[in-house]
Design a protein around this ligand. Structure first.
Ligand code: SF4
Ligand code: ZN
Length: 306
């Protein structure tokens, strides 16, 4: 196969785009996809301050580098979860990456805030990943709001989005289906959230990260349990193999026809939000779920101590 841009031997084959690219032209394809996502979904402009959530994995680092190269005003935010060994390694990768490219980075430490993830694992009965995800979303939003950022960008790719959409559809979870998409608009107490990599698959992002020589944190989190999303991604991998382009079509059709219908249904039942009495984040209860979890862990630790 030849590169469809310059006719040199193709290095990456992309059946879903009926094309292939050489090493030099592939990053241009990636850039185009990110540009299209930002423009068509009106994610942000060059005047906006963009906070990018950086885990240390290939998606978030590829996103940060690409937005920086396109000239956007980006600041990285890494949450140090306090998981022995794993969190130290992830943080080092993010710090080295930002140093190398001269990028501004903020680091938020869960341990200093009083709730490292190992404490969640030891003291909360719910699955650790559900609570960890909630904590991360809470702090990403809070820090973006407090820092006066216009938008929070995350590295979710097409495979992440399709796996989540599939899971939500299997449960016909109308609340999540009404919200899912590449842009979640700002609301009182919530910054706008965007996913500029939603047009790109995991494979496509991994290729970009590799070609740009990005050193990523690839060790799995020691607390990761074979999450259902992994199974969903495998199923979708099979479907995509049989019918290239299926993933993107499924997602795009949902955005066009499914999401508006679910959003209309949910509009009727939306809860009223007010600031959390502890931290000020929007919540439908007196204190938000994150503050309640923190208090419960504190109590449980005190009980254990004696
Ligand atoms: Fe948090 Fe679970 Fe991800 Fe580990 S695998 S970082 S515990 S969400
Ligand atoms: Zn709170």
């Amino acid at each position: 196969m030849k590169c469809i841009r310059c006719k040199a031997p193709a290095h990456v084959a992309l059946p879903s785009h009926h094309s292939g690219f050489c090493k030099d032209c592939y990053p241009l394809f990636f850039t185009k996809q990110v540009e299209t996502a930002i423009r068509r979904e009106k994610m942000f402009t060059f005047d906006d301050r963009v906070l990018v959530a950086l885990s240390g994995g290939k998606d978030s680092l590829a996103l940060m580098l690409e937005l920086h190269l396109q000239g956007y005003d980006v600041t990285g935010l890494h949450i140090d979860l306090g998981i022995p060994d794993s969190s130290e390694k992830a943080r080092k990768k993010v710090e080295n990456f930002c140093d190398l490219h001269g990028l501004t980075l903020e680091v938020f430490e869960m341990a200093k805030w009083g709730l490292p993830i190992p404490d969640v694992k030891a003291h909360v009965k719910r699955p650790v990943c559900a609570v960890c995800g909630k904590m991360k979303r809470h702090h990403f939003n809070r820090i973006a709001v407090e820092g006066g950022f216009d938008v929070l960008a995350t590295g979710h790719n097409l495979d992440d989005e399709v796996a989540r959409l599939f899971a939500n559809t299997l449960r016909w979870d109308t609340a999540y289906l009404s919200d899912q998409g590449p842009v979640l608009p700002a609301a009182e107490g919530f910054v706008r959230k965007v996913k500029p990599l939603f047009r790109l698959s995991e494979f496509e992002t991994a290729n970009y990260a590799f070609m740009k020589g990005i050193e990523i944190h690839s060790d799995p989190c020691p607390y990761a349990s074979g999450a259902s999303f992994t199974g969903h991604k495998e199923l979708w991998g099979e479907l995509e193999h049989r019918s290239p382009g299926q993933k993107f079509q499924f997602y795009q059709s949902f955005l066009k026809t499914g999401k508006p219908a679910f959003a209309a249904m949910e509009k009727e039942t939306g809860a009223t939000l007010a600031p959390c009495a502890e931290c000020g984040s929007p919540t439908s209860a007196e204190t938000c779920s994150v503050c309640r979890i923190k208090a419960a862990v504190r109590e449980s630790k005190a009980k254990d101590a004696g």
